[in-house]
Write a protein that binds this ligand. Structure first.
Ligand code: DPN
Ligand code: ZN
Length: 311
C-alpha cells in the first residue's frame, strides 16, 4: 500500500499559492515496501532452517547462515557491515550491524530486529518477519537513492531468545560518546502474526523522545487506515538495552501468545478468543504462519517512520 500523505501535503501547499519549488529529495514520501520482496527473504530464512535442523537458533548453524544471508544482500547494496561476536551459553553468537554511508554521524537513527529463532522451530514470524522487513527497508534506501540528513544504522541481533543477549552486548560495547549519537532506536519483533493485532510500543515510562516515535508509528498506520493500540512491551525485546541507555525507543508488534479480544477482532478482523500467534515459539512458526497484509502494513510503516525521522 502506498503512503502518499507527504505528496498530498506538498500538493496542497502549491495549491494554496505557495511558490512552487522543487521538493528536496528528503521530503519525498517513503517508498511502498514490496511485500513480495519481504516474503522472498522469509522464504530464504525458511529454507536456511530446513537445511540446518529446522531452526535458526543461537549456537546452531542456521543462525550464522541467517546472518550471512542478510549480510550478503546488504553488502551487495553498498552498506558497510560488521559482524560483532559474543559468547553465550558456551556458544558464539553474532550481531550484524549495517551502516548506510552518509548522513550526520552525530545523529544516528537506528532500527533493529532479532534474527535468532528458538530451537523449537524456524522462527518465521518470531522474528523472520521483523528481520526480513528491516532488510527490505534497507535495500529500498539504496533502490530509491534516499539521501537522509541523519545517519542510518541497522542491527540484526543474536541470542534475543536467550535473554536479549546480543542487543545488550552491543549497547554495552558502545563508548558513552557513541551511545549519545544514537537519537532513536526502533525495534521490530513479530510483525506478521497470523491473527494479527496492530500494536505500537507505548512511550509511557520510556526515555524522553520516545513519544515522538510512538506518534510517528501511529501516523504511519493512520495513513493506511489501520487502527492501533498501544502496548507495553516492557523488557520483552531488544529495545530494552537502548532504553536503559536513555535512547528514545519505539516499535510495532502484531502479538504473540496473548489472546485477541472480541473488540479487537471487530476492528482488525481475525478470530476473537484465539492467540495472535498460536505457533509462538513452536515448530509450526513456518511460512504459513504469516499474515501477509499485517507483514505488508508493518513494513510500510517501518519505512514511513524511518524516512520521517531521518530526513
Ligand atoms: N521478544 C519476543 C520473542 O522473541 O519471543 C516476543 C515479544 C515481542 C513479546 C514484543 C512482546 C513484545
Ligand atoms: Zn521469541
Amino acid at each position: 500500500m502506498r503512503i502518499i500523505t507527504a505528496l498530498l501535503a506538498s500538493a496542497a501547499l502549491i495549491g494554496a499559492g505557495a511558490t512552487a519549488q522543487a521538493e528536496p529529495v528528503n521530503a519525498l514520501a517513503a517508498p511502498n515496501i514490496p511485500v513480495a520482496a519481504v516474503q522472498g527473504h522469509l522464504n530464504q530464512l525458511q529454507s536456511i532452517a530446513n537445511s540446518n535442523g529446522g531452526n535458526r537458533a543461537h549456537g546452531r548453524p542456521g543462525y550464522l547462515a541467517s546472518v550471512n544471508y542478510v549480510k550478503g544482500k546488504l553488502d551487495a547494496a553498498g552498506f558497510v557491515t560488521k559482524v560483532q561476536s559474543f559468547t553465550n551459553g558456551g556458544a558464539t553468537g553474532y550481531n550484524l550491524i549495517a551502516d548506510w554511508p552518509g548522513g550526520d554521524p552525530n545523529q544516528v537513527v537506528m532500527i533493529g530486529s532479532h534474527l535468532d529463532s528458538v530451537t523449537a522451530g524456524p522462527g518465521i514470524n518470531d522474528n523472520g518477519s521483523g528481520s526480513a522487513s528491516n532488510l527490505e527497508v534497507a535495500l529500498q534506501v539504496k533502490a530509491t537513492g534516499y539521501k537522509p540528513t541523519k545517519h542510518l544504522r541497522f542491527g540484526w541481533w543474536g541470542a534475543e531468545e536467550r535473554g536479549l543477549i546480543g542487543s545488550t552486548f552491543y549497547v554495552n560495547s558502545l563508548p558513552a560518546a557513541e551511545k549519545s549519537k544514537i537519537k532513536a532506536y526502533l525495534n521490530f519483533d513479530m510483525t506478521g502474526s497470523p491473527n494479527p493485532g496492530y500494536f505500537v510500543y507505548s512511550a509511557s515510562g520510556q526515555p524522553s523522545g520516545s513519544l515522538a516515535l510512538q506518534q510517528k508509528l501511529e501516523e504511519g498506520f493512520k495513513s493506511l487506515n489501520v487502527q492501533t493500540e498501544l502496548t507495553s512491551v516492557g523488557g520483552r525485546s531488544d529495545h530494552a538495552a537502548f532504553a536503559r541507555a536513555g535512547i528514545p525507543i519505539g516499535g510495532t508488534f502484531t502479538g504473540a501468545e496473548g489472546t485477541k479480544t472480541a473488540a479487537q477482532a471487530a476492528k482488525w478482523g481475525g478470530t476473537a478468543g484465539k492467540a495472535y500467534d498460536q505457533c509462538y515459539h513452536r515448530a509450526c512458526d513456518r511460512i504459513v504462519n504469516i499474515n501477509v497484509p499485517a507483514l505488508d502494513r508493518n513494513a510500510d510503516v517501518i519505512a514511513y517512520t524511518l524516512w520521517a525521522i531521518s530526513a
